[in-house]
Ligand binder design. Structure first.
Ligand SMILES: CC(C)(COP(=O)(O)OP(=O)(O)OC[C@H]1O[C@@H](n2cnc3c(N)ncnc32)[C@H](O)[C@@H]1OP(=O)(O)O)[C@@H](O)C(=O)NCCC(=O)NCCS
Length: 187
């Protein structure tokens, strides 16, 4: 028996068919069930939408997903237009076959072409996956710009934020990095 071909598709959230959207949510719910970082929540879904989705389809089954959404990260006195990577997952029985890498290659092309910086919050098990692709640990302190209390440190996130530097953007990875506000996990 030959393997079913895996097809990559990219679409803005606005162009997802309802069935595609439902397939993405179901795949993410399953992929993060029992995950050390916790289950996939409605807030996580809110962070997943509003940008570009990269999907890996095996026939009519969705086996992988990543999305890139725009955020502003404050660094060195600038509000960097950032392609933030969310909801990266490959179905458990299809991991270590290169599908995650294929999804990230497309996500990184969007980041290179449209943003000043790429960023993501990594799960521990995914660190070798991202570092192997050139993502770099943010070594400086992280924080969030809150609506009422200004810039508030996010020490639990220190050591888990990775960036995809782009040559024209000056970065000091030992200096502070602040994300914009949102409900749920801010990073
Ligand atoms: C992280 C994840 C998306 C990787 O997808 P994948 O399709 O298995 O990744 P790939 O096959 O493209 O892996 C490419 C390389 O990354 C590294 N890598 C991937 N998963 C790894 C793991 N669990 N441990 C160590 N290295 C890993 C390896 O170097 C791998 O190359 P190799 O298989 O030749 O050794 C997948 O494990 C997953 O869905 N995990 C659960 C959800 C999750 O944690 N997502 C990340 C949230 S930040």
């Amino acid at each position: 028996m030959t393997d079913t071909e895996v097809r990559l598709r990219t679409a803005h959230t606005a162009d997802l068919a309802p069935a595609e959207s439902a397939a993405i949510r179901a795949m993410l719910d399953a992929a993060f069930a029992g995950h050390p970082d916790g289950a996939f929540t409605d807030a996580d879904w809110d962070h997943t939408v509003g940008g570009i989705h990269v999907m890996a389809w095996e026939g009519d089954a969705l086996i992988g997903h990543a999305s890139v959404v725009q955020r502003r990260l404050l660094h060195g006195g600038r509000a960097l237009r950032t392609g933030y990577v969310e909801a990266v997952a490959v179905r458990a029985d299809r991991r270590r076959r290169g599908h995650g890498s294929a999804l990230m290659s497309v996500a990184e092309r969007y980041i290179r072409g449209a943003y000043e910086l790429g960023a993501l919050g990594a799960a521990e098990e995914a660190v070798p996956f991202y570092t192997g692709r050139g993502w770099q640990l943010w070594q400086g302190p992280t924080s969030v710009l809150t609506p009422h209390d200004g810039v508030v440190p996010t020490p639990d996130e220190d050591g888990w934020i990775y960036v995809f530097p782009l040559a024209p953007t000056p970065l000091d990875p030992t200096a502070p990095l602040t994300c914009d506000w949102r409900d749920g996990d801010v990073w």
